[in-house]
Ligand binder design. Structure first.
Ligand code: HEC
Length: 239
């Protein structure tokens, strides 16, 4: 009896966790903070498609441009659309109260979203918007059921629909010729966008990885000198 009780108690958190995550077959996401072209493209996509609704309130334009190797003038001209200055925090101009009424919920700040949701979740979320006429905005999502966000990626990806086999609707397909990007190009754009949000979640990580490489190089060089010195000292003793 006791054993059954323990088993049941242990199973509860696992069961509630799996109920809250969707059963959509998630594709892996492997972030790469060393890939500056990917992060730059992600920043560009974010500025064009997301910034209007989602701020990054703990992140500054200047820090982002510096980390990603973008000259300030170029960033100001091409990535800052909100009339802000390079030293400003990347806040959105979307009014909070109105947006609640428009979308049923205010678009959350995304500075920490990669930490809270995980990069794999974001990557799959952005790829699985599909047509659903029962929703107020005509769109639903496989990873975030009944989401309030409109499908802002529609013109890039094209019109994506469910493919159902009876009750099983675990496949999505894009109407050919409806998007600006091919399937591969769209995947790679979403990779970059997710990679950018991964970076935003922890800019210090980029710095740390770079420092890590220098520390390792330093240890290797120091190690080889120590080795040579050691050999030099013992040379006369051994012979
Ligand atoms: C027109 C406004 C609008 C735009 C533009 C927009 N979103 Fe959203 N987004 C929303 C709203 C509203 C929600 C909240 C949905 C809900 O809670 O049902 C949301 C939710 C999200 C979430 C889930 C956050 C969470 O943890 O619950 C992510 C991630 C996200 N958006 C990413 C993006 C990205 C990336 C872009 C740019 C490609 C983008 N959004 C563009 C309105 C927008």
């Amino acid at each position: 009896m006791k054993r059954i009780l323990i088993t049941v108690l242990l199973a509860i958190p696992v069961a509630s966790w799996s109920a809250s995550s969707s059963d959509w077959p998630m594709q892996d996401f492997d972030g790469d903070l060393q890939n500056l072209p990917s992060l730059q493209n992600g920043f560009k996509l974010y500025a064009n498609y997301c910034m209007g609704c989602h701020g990054l309130q703990f992140q500054r334009y200047e820090r982002t441009a510096d980390d990603l190797g973008i000259p300030h003038e170029l960033a100001m001209k091409n990535l800052v659309f909100t009339g802000q200055k390079i030293g400003d925090l990347m806040t959105t101009s979307m009014p909070r109260e109105e947006s609640k009424a428009w979308f049923g919920g205010a678009p959350p700040d995304l500075t920490m979203v990669a930490r809270v949701r995980g990069t794999e979740w974001i990557y799959n979320y952005l790829k699985t918007f599909y047509v659903d006429d029962n929703r107020p905005l005509g769109v639903n999502n496989k990873v975030f059921a009944n989401v309030g966000m409109p499908n802002v990626l529609l013109d890039l990806q094209g019109v994506q629909r469910q493919v159902c086999n009876g009750d099983d609707c675990s496949e999505l397909a894009v109407d050919p010729g409806t998007g600006l990007l091919s399937a591969e190009e769209f995947d790679s754009a979403i990779y970059d966008l997710t990679n950018f949000l991964y970076y935003v979640g922890e800019p210090a990580r980029l710095e740390r990885q770079r420092t890590g490489v220098f520390v390792l190089l330093f240890l290797i060089i120091l190690g080889s000198f120590t080795y040579l010195l050691n050999r030099e000292y013992w040379k006369d003793v051994e012979h």
